[in-house]
Design a binder for this molecule. Structure first.
Ligand code: PEP
Ligand code: MN
Length: 343
């Protein structure tokens, strides 16, 4: 059930609707929009009787939701969500570029990349302090020490920090040091972790699981939102297919498919999506061309020495070129009415 308030509904009227929802033993999620506020209801096993809201002042209509997701849906918020991450935004007019190394290795490595990322005008910096590695013998990340290096990047360069958490303790630590908590592909269906992330007070970057369908991906986001954290950014990072020319198959068709259903911003990761340096820039351009709200790119000062994912890392110079290209392309994509006028 979804309650749509009249455009002139007052805060008191919204509060009263939430109160009624709570009396019914359910949870109300208030999502203010540009033209009206909608209130999603979760916690119900069967359908909720719309009669409860029929005569409540300020209510325009009570709509039954038949789809499996409620809060991620454009039914709840028709306009796109703009998510505040630190002192910047993802999902707004500007293309959001998150760049940095796969893993935080040592201060000079991180600071060198941060300098290049800040010089490109990007507002977000990535780097894993907790690394989900296939082998237990591979570099596992620097943990809290790595987060401290990232916090230094924010202080020195004003970049907003996006970094992965793999468990509840990690979420607490990233909440303390970072600006955005990344939930990786391997944890997309770690439901207890998603619920915990839903209680965090920092935005969540949710990566698509490597075998996740669109519904599974959106329901993972729904898990986070159902706990009260509405600041979720979706990330396509490639899926497993029979194709073996790339590390993963970057499924760009999911970008418009997600945007058709959901108000959440969608970004693309051409680094993990391809696994190869030479494919990253062309696929980053492709991501922008299909309408992604942002990109997440791995950069290393010396890719051949990287402790993790060196084959897909760009050098700072390659990254600077990518950044210029995608920014220009994004301007063109946004002016598509002009480009395609009369076509
Ligand atoms: C990452 O971004 O560092 C990462 C591990 O990505 P994914 O979860 O998409 O594999
Ligand atoms: Mn990586």
């Amino acid at each position: 059930m979804l309650i749509v308030m009249k455009s002139d509904a007052t805060q008191d009227q919204v509060d009263r609707v939430v109160e009624i929802i709570e009396v019914l033993g359910l949870r109300g999620h208030v999502l203010p929009g540009e033209t009206r506020t909608a209130i999603g209801i979760t916690g119900n096993k069967g359908s909720v009787d719309p009669a409860h809201f029929e005569n409540v002042p300020g209510v325009a209509e009570a709509i039954r939701v038949t789809k499996p997701y409620k809060l991620i849906s454009k039914d709840l918020r028709p306009e796109k969500s703009v998510i505040k991450v630190g002192n910047a935004e993802i999902g707004g007019e500007e293309l959001a570029i998150i760049a940095g190394p796969c893993a935080v290795e040592y201060p000079e490595q991180v600071l060198k990349v941060a300098e290049a990322v800040a010089a490109s005008g990007a507002k977000f910096f990535r780097g894993g302090a907790f690394k989900p590695r296939t082998s237990p013998y591979a570099f596992q990340g620097k943990g809290e020490d790595g987060l401290k290096i990232l916090a230094e990047v924010r202080d020195r360069f004003g970049l907003n920090i996006v970094t992965e958490a793999m468990d509840e303790r990690g979420i607490d630590l990233v909440e303390k040091y970072g600006d955005c908590i990344q939930i990786g592909a391997r944890n997309m269906q770690n439901f207890s972790l998603l619920k915990y992330a839903g209680q965090a007070r920092k935005p969540i970057l949710l990566k698509r699981g490597m075998a996740a369908t669109l519904d599974e991906f959106l329901l993972a986001a729904e898990y986070i939102m159902s706990e009260g954290n509405y600041d979720v950014i979706l990330c396509e990072r490639g899926i497993r297919t029979f194709a073996d020319h790339a590390r993963n198959t970057l499924d760009l068709s999911i970008v418009p498919a997600l945007q058709r259903i959901s108000h959440l911003p969608v970004i693309v990761d051409p680094s993990h999506g391809t696994g190869h340096n030479y494919m990253v820039t062309p696929m980053a351009r492709a991501g922008v061309a299909v309408g992604a709200d942002g990109l997440i790119i791995e950069v290393h000062p010396c890719p051949e020495e990287a402790l993790c994912d060196g084959a897909q890392a760009l050098t700072p110079a390659q990254y600077a070129e990518l950044s210029e290209q995608v920014k220009r392309l994004h301007e063109l994509v946004n002016s598509k009415e002009e480009i395609f006028a009369g076509v």
